[in-house]
Design a protein around this ligand. Structure first.
Ligand SMILES: Nc1ncnc2c1ncn2[C@@H]1O[C@H](COP(=O)(O)O)[C@@H](OP(=O)(O)O)[C@H]1O
Ligand SMILES: [Mg+2]
Ligand SMILES: [Mg+2]
Ligand SMILES: [Mg+2]
Length: 373
């Protein structure tokens, strides 16, 4: 590929030796850089966000200029670094291409270009389409957003982008996450979750906020500052935490709070659940906060999206935990843009997961019996 041939000789050698130590080393570098830029964009957008900068999508969920601009930035960087990879992104630019979308569109293009042209940081590479002078045209950025339209599937290399996961949390000024994963032949190989509002260490609030979680298949999970500083390996403790509490969605429409209550009762859990938006929940679990993440459907019909779970799943697995659906089956990322028949998500440390799964099945049987009566 031409972008490899163009690489200066010394960088080619460095690149190769680095790649040998970790498969997908370049992908990891690019993914972290892309998520970092998108995190800076979204947190600066939040402070300036005005009412008419949020749209309501067909499924009634909100999308902001931040979601669109962040997807444009990440997709642009991925396309420069890996031009033949496919992208499964949450957002599309259809509304922005309409006449009525002109105001929003101009704002999104300005935000995306501001993020893309920011100074190069440590490890950044001009070949990824970033740095001073690398402005893109409106058409290029709308196309970048729409490149996320890949249908997914069983084979090939594809990235998932959730530019802002937990948009409702973002709008409330609470937790949200910029989420990216690389899936190769339906197996998640890399996951990056940027959480600008998450405390670096809940035990030491003075350390401030802003964390990036990274996991690579077979190479563990880590947490670092948004800047990349202080990379720390993550391991879910094998002993049950003394304060066993579930992590669950803030939004009652996204997962059943009452089902979780019943499961807590069955497990004699006395602490109330920790409610948090976005895949920050997977990040917290991976660093030993909470003991399990339980997401049971609130009704029939909704299919979970792969971009909502691929990065979180590899993070928890690489930290030594287990992620399954409510039947105990692994999540299948090769079915398309959704998880298909994987209803419900249970994530937890090795021993905890088995106990929660059992309680979920008991609660499920009770619920079915009640529905029949
Ligand atoms: N009825 C539903 N059931 C489950 N998840 C849903 C849902 N409606 C929307 N979602 C998903 O829930 C995600 C947020 O999860 P959480 O509640 O853990 O913060 C949303 O991601 P976005 O915010 O990226 O759209 C959206 O994809
Ligand atoms: Mg959304
Ligand atoms: Mg999401
Ligand atoms: Mg989203």
């Amino acid at each position: 590929m031409h972008h490899v041939v163009r690489r200066p000789f010394l960088r080619q050698i460095l690149h190769r030796s680095y790649s040998m130590s970790l498969p997908y080393a370049t992908e990891k570098q690019v993914a972290v850089a892309a998520v970092r830029r998108a995190c800076h964009l979204t947190s600066s957008v939040f402070n300036k966000l005005v009412k008419n900068e949020t749209l309501t999508k067909g499924d009634k969920s909100p999308v902001t200029v931040g979601d669109y601009a962040a997807q444009a930035v990440i997709s642009t960087i991925l396309h420069h670094a890996f031009p033949s990879d496919f992208i499964v992104g949450e957002e599309d630019a259809a509304e922005l291409r309409e006449e009525s979308g002109a105001g929003l569109r101009d704002r999104i293009i300005a935000l995306a270009n501001e993020a893309l042209t920011g100074e190069l940081g440590l490890g950044d590479n001009v070949e990824w389409g970033i740095g001073p002078g690398q402005e893109k045209t409106t058409e290029q950025l709308l196309d970048a957003i729409d490149r996320g339209n890949h249908p997914g599937g069983r084979t090939g290399r594809m990235w998932t982008i959730d530019p802002i996961d937990g948009t409702k949390g973002f709008l409330r000024g609470e937790q949200y996450a910029v989420c990216l994963s690389l899936i190769v032949d339906a197996q998640v190989q890399l996951g990056v979750i940027g959480c600008p509002n998450l405390l670096v260490d809940p035990a030491e609030p003075d350390l401030g906020r802003g964390v990036i979680f990274v996991a690579a298949k077979g190479h563990g999970a880590e947490q670092m500052r948004l800047s990349g500083a202080n990379p720390t390996p993550l391991k879910i403790p094998s002993i049950l935490p003394s304060e066993f509490s579930f992590l669950e969605s803030v939004e009652a429409a996204h997962s059943s709070h009452s089902f979780n209550d019943r499961v807590s009762t069955l497990l004699n859990i006395t602490h109330s659940p920790v409610r948090m938006d976005s895949q920050a929940k997977y990040g917290c679990l991976a660093r030993g906060q909470g003991a399990a993440y339980l997401r049971m459907p609130t009704g029939v019909g909704y299919r979970e999206k792969i971009w909502d779970h691929a990065p979180g799943t590899i993070l928890v697995e690489e930290a030594g935990g287990v992620v399954t659906d409510s039947r105990g089956l692994p999540l299948d990322f090769g079915l398309g843009r959704t998880l298909g028949e994987n209803f419900g998500v249970i994530a937890g440390g090795l021993g905890v997961h088995a106990r929660v799964l059992e309680a979920v099945q008991t609660a499920g049987t009770e619920q079915e019996a009640k529905a029949k009566a």
